[in-house]
Each structure stands twice: as structure tokens, then as C-alpha cells.
Design a protein around this ligand. Structure first.
Ligand code: ADP
Ligand code: MG
Length: 236
């Protein structure tokens, strides 16, 4: 399980995290909902170790991650813009994290192909990423994220660039894979519908704090404030 405890971050005078805490159980997705600029990406970057927190703790399976460099955290991230290498083929992109970790070429390829088959891309393994559709690119990014067998998956609005039908398929596929692999995942989104579809728990962020957290059902039934209701899309 992932535990984020009292994490804090300011950029100059702007406080983007003012003591944020939540937990994510293995095999479950927690969605962090917040307006644009509310600090969602910064929160994920702190969990991944890409941005240093000013205070607080992050634990994964009971082990403190703070202080560990990103490459030793066993955390995979997916972004809106895919962040793939366009000139490499699908298989080499999916195998890249394994290669960077020193896994031999043949074994990395074998493992990448297995994950590509899981996301339905086995037939496109030799295709250059630049020649793929948006949905295929994002499935390649999903395969790459999972190929290294991460202990945590961080999703930074990964589906927002896709059209509605594709988005729905990828949301489902990602939720299924998180459940099957039994790892915790954090999805940040500004889309309440996506958050409710994918997540077991919602964390509503505003002003650097957690405005409310709970199951989608509980949070929708009783938003604690006007700001919370706005994030859920039920008030203006
Ligand atoms: P979100 O992902 O919710 O849109 P971000 O985490 O990207 O929000 O950004 C939150 C706030 O922190 C924004 O005001 C942004 O400009 C600021 N910010 C993010 N990263 C930096 C940085 N490296 N230096 C200064 N300000 C930053
Ligand atoms: Mg962001």
C-alpha cells in the first residue's frame, strides 16, 4: 500500500501542498481531483521523487521512499503526452525501462512483448511509435509503465488527449491491469467522471489541502463544501 503523510511543497510564496495525506491500497486506484494549477502534477512528482518535497513522508509497502532517488523507487508514470521515443519501435519503447535497469536485450524484449500482448499491441511491436494512432501510443506507454513491474503506478491525466471512445477503453484496460497486478495507483485528473469511473477512493484537492476524501459514492452524496461540489461538477 501507498501512504502519503503530511506532504508539503511551496514554490517561493506559492504553497501547492500544505500537508496532504492519503492512502492507496494494493490493487486499487485513488483519484486526486483538482482544478488546473492546484498542484496535482507536483504531488505525483514528489511521490515519484522527481520533485523534492519540503516535508512529509511517502511510504510504499511500509518502506520510506523519501531520500531514495527516482530510479530506486519502483514507480512508473504515465503522462498526457505519452513521453515515448518516436523514432524507436513499440517493443523498444516498452523495453526501455528494463534496458535502463541493466536487463539484457533478449530478456527485456521478451518481457516487453509479454506486456504488449496484455495491452493488445503484440501485432504492432515492430511498428515505429511515430506511425501509431494516439490510442496505440498511449497503450504503448501503458505497456512501458508496466514492463518494469513497478510497485506503484502514477497516472498524470493520461487519457485527456484521447477521444471519448478510446478514453473509455483505456480507462477500463488500465483499471483492470492495476487490479490484476495488485499494485496501488494514483490517477490525477480534473475530470470527475473519469475519477469516479476508475477510482475506489477520491481525494479532492484545493488550496494545497485535501478538501474531502472517500468513496465516489460518499463524496457525491455529501460534498463538504462549495469548492468540493465544484470539483465534482455539481455546482458552480
Ligand atoms: P496541476 O497539475 O494541478 O495543474 P501543477 O502541480 O503543475 O498543477 O502546478 C501547481 C502550481 O505550482 C502552479 O501554479 C505551477 O505554476 C506551480 N509550479 C509547478 N512546478 C513549478 C516549478 N518547478 N517552479 C515554480 N512553480 C511551479
Ligand atoms: Mg498537471
Amino acid at each position: 500500500m501507498l501512504e502519503v503523510c503530511q506532504i508539503r511543497k511551496s514554490f517561493g510564496k506559492r504553497t501547492v501542498a500544505d500537508g496532504i495525506s492519503f492512502r492507496v491500497a494494493a490493487g486499487e486506484i485513488t483519484a486526486v481531483l483538482g482544478a488546473s494549477g492546484s498542484g496535482k502534477s507536483t504531488l505525483l512528482n514528489m511521490i515519484a521523487g522527481l520533485t523534492a518535497a519540503d516535508g512529509g513522508e511517502v511510504r510504499l509497502g511500509g518502506v520510506r521512499l523519501d531520500g531514495l532517488p527516482p530510479e530506486r523507487r519502483d514507480v512508473a508514470m504515465m503522462f498526457q503526452d505519452f513521453a515515448l521515443l518516436p523514432h524507436l519501435n513499440v517493443c523498444d519503447n516498452a523495453a526501455l525501462p528494463l534496458r535502463l535497469r541493466g536487463v539484457g536485450k533478449a530478456q527485456a524484449r521478451r518481457r516487453a512483448l509479454a506486456v504488449l500482448a496484455e495491452v493488445g499491441l503484440a501485432d504492432l511491436a515492430a511498428r515505429r511509435v511515430a506511425d501509431l494512432s494516439g490510442g496505440e501510443q498511449q497503450r504503448t506507454a501503458l505497456a512501458r509503465a508496466l514492463a518494469a513491474e513497478p510497485k506503484l503506478l502514477l497516472l498524470d491525466e493520461p487519457f485527456s488527449a484521447l477521444d471519448a471512445a478510446l478514453r473509455g477503453r483505456l480507462q477500463k484496460q488500465t483499471s483492470d491491469l492495476v487490479r490484476q497486478r495488485g499494485i496501488p495507483a494514483v490517477l490525477v485528473s480534473h475530470d470527475a467522471e473519469e475519477a469516479c469511473r476508475m477510482a475506489r477512493q477520491l481525494v479532492l484537492l484545493g488550496g494545497g489541502r485535501v478538501l474531502q476524501q472517500g468513496t465516489p459514492d460518499a463524496v457525491y452524496r455529501r460534498p463538504v463544501s462549495a469548492a468540493a461540489a465544484r470539483l465534482l461538477g455539481c455546482a458552480n
